[in-house]
Write a protein that binds this ligand. Structure first.
Ligand SMILES: CC(C)(COP(=O)(O)OP(=O)(O)OC[C@H]1O[C@@H](n2cnc3c(N)ncnc32)[C@H](O)[C@@H]1OP(=O)(O)O)[C@@H](O)C(=O)NCCC(=O)NCCS
Length: 177
C-alpha cells in the first residue's frame, strides 16, 4: 500500500537517527524548513527511541527508502488531519543528495497522497512552498497540486523574507503516472 515504483514508505526506526541527523544538517534541506533549530544526534536518537509515539491519523511521519535496496533517502509526513475537514498538510524532503532529482520525491509524494485519499479518507492535502523552490513547485504541479494563494513575506530565512505559496490537492485530482 505504501509502495511505489521507486520507493517504499515505512515508519521511522531508531536506526534512522544518524541519517536524519545528517540530512537535517544539509543546507539544501534546511533552507526551506520551518523549524530549523538544530537538534543534536543525542536528542534525535531519543526522539526516535522506543518511547516514540506510534503514527496516527493526525501525525504520520514516514521514512522514504529505495525499493531497490532499502536505502533510507528521506522523510515524508502528513500532519494535522482532522475528521471534520478531512484535510492534512504534507511535508517532504529527499535528504540523501545523490538521490535528488531522480524521481524519488515524486514517487514518494504520489504514494503518500494515494494513501491519504484511499486509506485515511482525506478530502484534501495542503502544503506550502516558497516561490524560489522551483524543483519542489514543479513536482507538486506535476502531481496535480493547485496554487490556492500566497501569503506575503511569511517566512524568514537568513535575514530575508520570502512569500509562501499555499497549494492543495483534492480527492480525485492526483495525477497518476
Ligand atoms: C523537492 C524534492 C522533495 C523533490 O524530490 P526529488 O526526488 O528531487 O524530485 P524528482 O526527481 O521526483 O523531480 C524533480 C523534478 O523537478 C524538475 N526540476 C529540477 N530542477 C528544477 C528547476 N530548477 N526548476 C524547475 N524544475 C526543476 C526535474 O526536471 C524533475 O521534473 P521531471 O520529472 O518532470 O523532469 C527534493 O528535491 C528535496 O527534498 N529538496 C530539498 C528539500 C525541499 O525543498 N523540500 C520541499 C519543501 S516545500
Amino acid at each position: 500500500m505504501l509502495t511505489g515504483k521507486l520507493v517504499r514508505l515505512r515508519a521511522l526506526e531508531p536506526s534512522d537517527a544518524e541519517a536524519l541527523y545528517r540530512w537535517n544538517s544539509d543546507p539544501e534541506v534546511l533552507q526551506w524548513m520551518v523549524n530549523a533549530y538544530p537538534e543534536s544526534l543525542a536528542q534525535l536518537t531519543k526522539r526516535l527511541g522506543e518511547d516514540r509515539p506510534a503514527n496516527t491519523y493526525d501525525k504520520l511521519i514516514l521514512c522514504v527508502e529505495t525499493l531497490a535496496d532499502r536505502t533510507p533517502i528521506g522523510a515524508i509526513a502528513l500532519t494535522g488531519a482532522e475528521p471534520e475537514n478531512a484535510r492534512a498538510e504534507l511535508d517532504v524532503y529527499i535528504g540523501e543528495a545523490a538521490y535528488r532529482n531522480g524521481g524519488y520525491g515524486t514517487d514518494a509524494i504520489r504514494v503518500l497522497c494515494r494513501y491519504g485519499f484511499d486509506q485515511m479518507r482525506l478530502h484534501g492535502i495542503s502544503l506550502w512552498v516558497v516561490p524560489e523552490n522551483e524543483p519542489a513547485r514543479h513536482v507538486y504541479k506535476k502531481l496535480g497540486f493547485v496554487e490556492d494563494g500566497r501569503e506575503r513575506e511569511r517566512f524568514r530565512r537568513d535575514g530575508k523574507w520570502y512569500d509562501l505559496i499555499i497549494m492543495s490537492l483534492l480527492e480525485g485530482e492526483l495525477v497518476e503516472d
